[in-house]
Design a protein around this ligand. Structure first.
Ligand code: HEM
Length: 135
């Protein structure tokens, strides 16, 4: 598996553990007020990251590009800014909204980077340096 896929999956499983912890906390406390944070930790942190990892595993040529690592870095930086702020905002800290908004914009920018990766052509050479087999 390409390194970038491994990184996305390792990060994704950390978010799944945190997302499930937030879900259990809601279920046990009976206070479901932070459910949007729980949903975003699971869907952006776990599901979307795993899809990114799967995409790069299926496209090793693109996985080897520098832009894939830029995508990973910007996406996860955005999540680390956005998700804790969203969770705390929903627990009675409305002043954190600008941080949630900033993190959201960073996440959105990283998705545009991924869109560029998806729409760009594969390079002429494979990861091993051998010429890519024409399809
Ligand atoms: C042990 C694991 C989990 C627990 C205990 C849990 C618990 C909860 C609870 C208590 C709510 C609030 C329900 C409400 O007030 O309407 C909720 C909502 C939600 N959860 Fe989870 N959850 C878990 C795993 C997941 C996973 C893995 C995902 C996604 C991959 C997920 C996605 C969502 C979504 C999208 C909502 C919002 C649903 C709505 O708006 O009606 N949850 N969860």
């Amino acid at each position: 598996m390409p390194k970038i896929s491994e990184l996305f999956f390792k990060t994704a499983i950390v978010f799944l553990i945190l997302g499930i912890a937030a879900g259990l906390q809601m279920a046990i406390s009976g206070n479901h007020g932070a459910y949007p944070a729980h949903a975003h930790i699971n869907l952006l942190g776990w599901v979307t990251s795993a899809i990114f990892g799967g995409y790069y595993a299926l496209n090793p040529t693109k996985a080897a590009r520098t832009i894939a690592m830029v995508h990973y870095g910007v996406y996860n930086f955005g999540l680390v800014v956005m998700l804790p702020a969203l969770y705390l905002m929903l627990h009675g800290n409305p002043a954190l909204e600008p941080i949630v908004a900033t993190g959201s914009m960073i996440v959105a920018a990283s998705v545009l980077i991924f869109a560029f990766v998806v729409f760009s052509a594969e390079t002429a050479r494979s990861v091993s340096g051998m010429p890519a087999v024409p399809r």
